[in-house]
Design a protein around this ligand. Structure first.
Ligand code: 5GP
Length: 141
């Protein structure tokens, strides 16, 4: 069964589409956390960011980059949070990659992105060095 967002792409269920090109689409979130809360998706159905082929990942970023100032301007927001819930354990409910653009306002009662994770871990220098080493080995820095 196609994801709910693929059904929006196919016009099978309605949405307030604010942008569309050959490979990406953006529409207002049905349960907005702020005025202008928008979801940006690749039209092709992939669950996670790293399931995207490179060219589609670039297209998705280009659309985010293009829309952020337009959305902020439309609702007169001085800032926004731009984020992906990437996987179920991170809170992803719809298994079709989508970036949230959430306009933010002075004193809106919200939090920075640092508030999304659980209790911060207490990592000593050795553990931090080990994590950095594992990542940098895999990224061949
Ligand atoms: P997630 O937790 O997967 O990152 O967020 C999914 C988002 O999709 C939620 O913010 C939810 O409000 C939104 N959403 C779910 N179903 C629909 C829908 O049918 N239409 C629209 N426009 N948004 C939806």
């Amino acid at each position: 069964m196609a994801s709910i967002f693929s059904q929006i792409v196919d016009g099978e269920i309605p949405a307030r589409v604010v942008y569309e090109d050959e490979t990406t689409m953006a529409f207002l979130d049905a349960n907005p956390l702020a005025p202008g809360h928008t979801l940006v998706i690749p039209k092709a159905e992939h669950e996670r960011l790293n399931d995207l082929p490179d060219d589609l990942a670039s297209d998705l970023y280009d659309t985010l980059h293009r829309l952020i100032p337009v959305i902020e301007g439309a609702v007169d927001a001085p800032a926004s949070n731009v984020a992906f819930n990437n996987g179920e354990a991170a809170g992803q409910e719809v298994p079709h990659v989508h970036g949230h653009i959430i306009p933010r306002f002075e004193d809106d009662g919200g939090n920075p992105i640092h508030a999304i994770a659980g209790s911060p871990p207490n990592l000593d220098d050795e553990e931090l060095d080990d994590i950095a080493e594992r990542i940098s080995t895999d990224t061949r820095i």
